[in-house]
Design a protein around this ligand. Structure first.
Ligand SMILES: Nc1ncnc2c1ncn2[C@@H]1O[C@H](COP(=O)(O)OP(=O)(O)OP(=O)(O)O)[C@@H](O)[C@H]1O
Length: 598
């Protein structure tokens, strides 16, 4: 041990004096460890299964880090060192080392499955880098525990693209040798890992690379930013620093908040000014997976991105404003209520109430009171002061009669009268109240068929069917991929840096979705709840029932009916790439099958 370290240890551990000859972050760490009193150096090693679990949890980081670990190891090969990668708690996941030094490393428990956080191992490069969230070197006697004074270590934290502290990269060697450049090499390798990790975001998002000097674009020293739609969702530290941002700003700034220009593909270096007036060179690559368009400046869907039914919505708004009823037809979960709310928000009646009543959910005996209201004491169980009823509540606004097909025939007759006379008389009352509301009805049932079968009044149907909007089921969406990506973004998946892999997306596009958007949203929420920040989810992460088998190229496509292929191509409006993705085959295979064999 060096004389400096011997003196410092005596001062600190025996005389209770803070040594002045040590780097301040080492003294601060010693004080932390002394206060915690828990640095006992116990060697607890995870069992095989638990370590496998930790490896699986950190699979994403390992995938991007392993090539860098090998590169780093080659650089320190002759220096009796070991290269280590830990998770965010300091648990060693991987070691690569010089065989001679590996033995020594094992003696001090620099081994996979052992945790090197400050609380268990005292001051050490891994634990202290985690505590400080910055790179640090801890040499020989600077270690808190005597058992570790034979090693010198350099460590740098690794941050995931969304700013989460994901792990630590560390090089440890014999303390008797001077490892001059170790800290610089570790820092650089950590930077490369973060750089590669961010590059993965480019599969699903816009990726922007920037540097004040054009010739440094493409180097690990460049800044990298990732945008979902127009929103900044991931970045490396250097880019954040240049733009005066912190990780907290992810999910809060749009492209135009940061730069003077628009977000568009830019394959060649171009100059751009930041809103702070700095000049950068940049390249921009669009997402590889087709993504949602940036949020439309639509007054309709308040803060939702452009809805897939935007065109129909614009027409329906005009119809509703003209006093004509709108009928929404669509399978369960296809977004009828969402559409009705968007209609209300865009109509002239948006200042009035939006009142929804689900005719299928109410017992027949209650529908009348619910709709028309009642006077005090109108029937047993009625509220003392009576009730206004939904029709009067909707006065000045929009009334949604959901599942109108389930309304009892008798009630249909009363409703028709209200629509004709624009007056409501509460139960038990004699005085009619004038009402003025727009009517939107919704049903998943085939109303014309019900009319033919005498289950729905023809006169009411004709009054309601002036303008029918058919909301398509998910399986008929022309751009289901884009819609899923948009919902993922709105659900917060993008903000957490969680990506949906191509194979997973292809499976979702092929799934038939009987529960439509409701079912899709619920699956996306589940996937998000189970995902680690920054993870890239694949086909294997899908619950089994959503794993749609991929048609094996030659055989199953050949056996697929001509009709299926043609229908799929038609669904994607002739776009062979999208159709091939939906069928789970390569575009070239589809092309061959259609134009040569077909
Ligand atoms: N375009 C959309 N964007 C985002 N979320 C949507 C969209 N369409 C539907 N949803 C969501 O899907 C779920 C079901 O939508 P909604 O209740 O509007 O469907 P519905 O057709 O009225 O269903 P049901 O017939 O079963 O009542 C809701 O959670 C809704 O927020």
């Amino acid at each position: 041990m060096s004389i400096v370290h011997t003196t410092a240890r005596r001062q600190f551990f025996e005389e209770g004096i803070c040594p002045v000859d040590l780097p301040p972050q080492i003294v601060e760490s010693w004080l932390r460890c002394q206060q915690q009193g828990s640095a006992v150096g116990a060697i607890e090693r995870l069992g095989k299964a638990a370590l496998q679990g930790a490896l699986a949890e950190n699979a994403q980081m390992l995938r991007v880090a392993l090539p860098e670990l090998d590169g780093l190891y080659e650089q320190v090969l002759g220096t009796q060192s070991v290269v280590l990668l830990t998770d965010a708690s300091g648990l060693i996941l991987n070691t690569t080392g010089n065989p001679q030094f590996m033995k020594k490393a094992e003696q001090v428990a620099l081994l996979p499955g052992v945790s090197w956080d400050e609380a268990t191992k005292g001051t050490n490069a891994i634990g202290t880098a985690l505590a400080l969230r910055e790179s640090v070197e801890v040499r020989g006697g600077e270690h808190f525990l005597m058992q570790n004074i034979g090693i010198s270590c350099s460590a740098a934290p690794i941050f995931a693209p969304n700013g989460r502290l994901a792990g630590v990269l560390n090089v440890s060697g014999d303390a008797r040798l001077h490892h001059l450049h170790a800290l610089g090499l570790v820092r650089l390798a950590a930077q490369q890992i973060e750089h590669r990790w961010l590059g993965l975001a480019g599969d699903a998002h816009w990726l922007m690379r920037l540097h004040p000097r054009a010739e440094l674009l493409g180097s690990p020293r460049e800044g990298v930013l990732s945008f979902a739609g127009d929103m900044l969702i991931a970045a490396n530290r250097v880019a954040l620093q240049w733009l005066g941002l912190s990780w907290q700003n992810l999910g809060q700034c749009s492209f135009s908040d940061l730069f003077d220009g628009i977000l568009q593909a830019q394959p060649l270096p171009q100059a751009i000014y930041s809103q702070r007036g700095q000049r950068f060179y940049l390249t921009i690559t669009p997402p590889k997976v087709a993504l949602a368009t940036p949020p439309a400046a639509s007054s309709v869907a308040a803060n939702k991105s452009e809805l897939p039914f935007q065109k129909q919505l614009d027409k329906a708004v005009r119809v509703l404003n003209a006093g004509v009823a709108v009928l929404l037809q669509g399978e369960t979960g296809s977004g009828k209520e969402v559409f009705a709310r968007a209609l209300h928000a865009a109509s002239q009646r948006r200042k009035g109430a939006f009142v929804a009543i689900n005719c299928a959910a109410l017992p027949e005996s209650l529908i009348e009171a619910e709709l028309f209201g009642y006077e005090e004491g109108a029937f047993t169980g009625a509220k003392r002061k009576g009730s206004m009823g939904k029709l009067r509540e909707a006065n000045g606004g929009v009334l949604l009669l959901d599942e109108i097909g389930d309304m009892p025939l008798l009630m249909q007759a009363r409703l028709l009268r209200v629509l004709q006379e624009r007056e409501v008389t509460p139960l038990g009352g004699s005085q009619p109240y004038r009402v003025d509301f727009a009517v939107v009805c919704a049903s998943h049932r085939d109303l014309p068929k019900m009319v033919a079968a005498g289950e729905f009044r023809a006169d009411l149907f004709y009054r309601l069917q002036d303008f029918i909007v058919h909301l398509p089921p998910l399986r008929e969406y022309a751009d289901l991929l884009g819609f899923i990506a948009r919902l993922w973004q709105e659900s917060g998946g993008s903000a957490r840096g969680v990506l949906l892999g191509d194979d997973l997306m292809a499976s979702l596009v092929r799934y038939p979705w009987p529960g439509n958007v409701r079912q899709l949203l619920s699956l996306l929420k589940t996937l998000l709840a189970l995902a680690d920040d920054g993870a890239c989810l694949t086909y294997a992460d899908l619950p089994e029932e959503y794993q749609m088998p991929v048609l094996s190229e030659a055989s199953s496509l050949a056996s697929s009916s001509h009709e299926l292929i043609e229908n799929t191509i038609a669904r994607f409006e002739g776009n062979l790439s999208k159709a091939a993705a939906a069928l789970g085959v390569a575009r070239s295979t589809l092309y061959r099958r259609r134009f040569k064999a077909g």
